[in-house]
Design a protein around this ligand. Structure first.
Ligand code: ADP
Ligand code: GN1
Ligand code: MG
Length: 371
């Protein structure tokens, strides 16, 4: 439990003056601990976003911050050139009074960025216009970073979307069975193993030179976009910790996994868990309107499949964490990761059923955008 006092001390190390007025904890991320803090100084209130970086997940926060600083610096220029507002359309970090990008404090690591006010995030939506805008935001993000020097990126989590390695980690966790949970989840393990041949598809396309390595976000959950309160449009892509060389398929697939679902990621009533084709179509339309021209044929042909792949991978990761004793994702109750894994596997089954329709939607919209 992180106290308000601790957070205020952190703010002081970043040179923030004035009286702390109020703070709030954000609960929508599974990795970092995030707080909004309000300070009053000379009659004016300023909001800051204070974040405790998860150093179990991110082993080298300084290298990670260098990535984020370089990328946001680059984005600011591109956004300005495109006539946008760099203050609200990308993240801005504060340095410590010593000029460092983050504050090391015991085993903890902290950073602070400007709070982007009058914005909000979604964990679940029904409104396809909003999800279309999310597709445009991530498509534009991919386009803005198309010429970013990819080799200069530090790989914050190696093999992050290497699905075969994720599956191997599940097999290892099941074999080790360190906290005796494996016998109770044999059905879920069997579900994952039955789809082993899907795991390597994206990497095979990469190795065959059919899809290019791009600068990708790698964590394109809907709640990693801030929406503007006034325009109701996607405003700023956040959570830049996993920007790494990757595939467009990862970003498209993960966005569909999280955003086109009909129930929350941890909904335990699996009868509610499916994929909305209307939302899928809306996202595809927004995404392809922003970046269709840049995609290869193999990328376009595998967009629908990528939704299945990323949902499968995420389910495998939740199940692995469950078997390992919940050391990676934050949980609210003991079986939380198992509930999440079952939810993702139900969504995989639903996507398998809908795949031909999803593929037809992609081809139709792609033709429209490139005609
Ligand atoms: P995590 O890695 O844990 O997902 P995020 O960086 O996504 O952490 O931040 C968690 C939440 O905090 C976001 O989903 C969003 O609601 C809010 N948030 C993050 N950055 C900002 C910001 N600069 N301005 C306003 N809200 C933010
Ligand atoms: C984590 O940090 P957050 O909550 O945006 C995870 C993603 C998973 C996602 C599942 C660094 O994302 O890879 O897909 O949870 N981030 C990391 O909801 O592992
Ligand atoms: Mg996040």
């Amino acid at each position: 439990m992180i106290s308000f006092r601790k957070i205020v001390d952190v703010c002081r190390a970043f040179g923030i003056e004035g009286d702390p007025v109020h703070y709030k904890t954000f609960t929508d991320g599974h990795i970092n601990s995030t707080f909004l803090v309000v300070f009053s100084n000379k009659g004016e209130e300023t909001k800051y976003l204070v974040q405790n970086i998860n150093t179990v997940v991110f082993k080298d926060p300084d290298a990670l911050m260098q990535n984020v600083v370089n990328v946001t610096h680059y984005l600011r220029k591109r956004i300005r050139e495109a006539g946008g507002d760099p203050e609200r359309e990308t993240l801005h970090f504060r340095k410590t009074t010593d000029g460092a990008l983050c504050l090391h404090d015991g085993g903890c690591c902290w950073r602070i960025y400007a709070f982007i006010d009058h914005s909000y995030t979604y964990d679940l939506i029904e409104d396809s216009a909003i999800f279309r805008s999310a597709g445009e935001s991530f498509g534009r993000f991919q386009r803005l970073l198309a010429n970013y020097p990819i080799d200069s990126l530090y790989e914050t989590i190696p093999d992050f979307h290497d699905t075969p390695k994720r599956l191997q980690a599940l097999k290892d966790a099941a074999a080790a069975d360190s906290i005796n949970r494996a016998s109770a989840v044999q059905n879920e393990i069997a579900f994952a193993l039955a789809r082993e041949s899907d795991a390597g598809v994206a990497l095979q396309l990469l190795n065959a030179g059919k899809v290019p390595l791009r600068v990708t976000h790698n964590d394109t959950k809907l709640n990693n976009i801030l929406f503007d309160e006034t325009t109701k449009q996607g405003l700023c892509v956040i959570d830049l910790d996993t920007i790494m060389p990757g595939l467009s398929l990862y970003d498209f697939g993960d966005a569909i996994r999280f955003g086109a679902k009909t129930a929350k990621e941890d909904e335990a009533d699996l009868s509610k868990v499916s994929l909305s084709l209307e939302l899928f179509e809306a996202y595809t339309d927004g995404y392809l309107s922003a970046c269709a021209e840049a995609l290869t044929k193999a990328e376009v042909d595998h967009l629908a499949f990528s939704a299945k792949l990323m949902t499968y991978e995420c389910g495998v990761r939740f199940l692995t964490d469950y078997l390992c004793g919940d050391t990676y994702f934050k949980i609210d109750y003991p079986d939380h990761n198992l509930v999440r894994a079952r939810n993702q596997f139900k969504l995989v089954s639903e996507i398998e059923r809908m795949l031909p329709e999803m593929e037809a939607i992609v081809q139709r919209i792609y033709q429209e955008k490139t005609a």
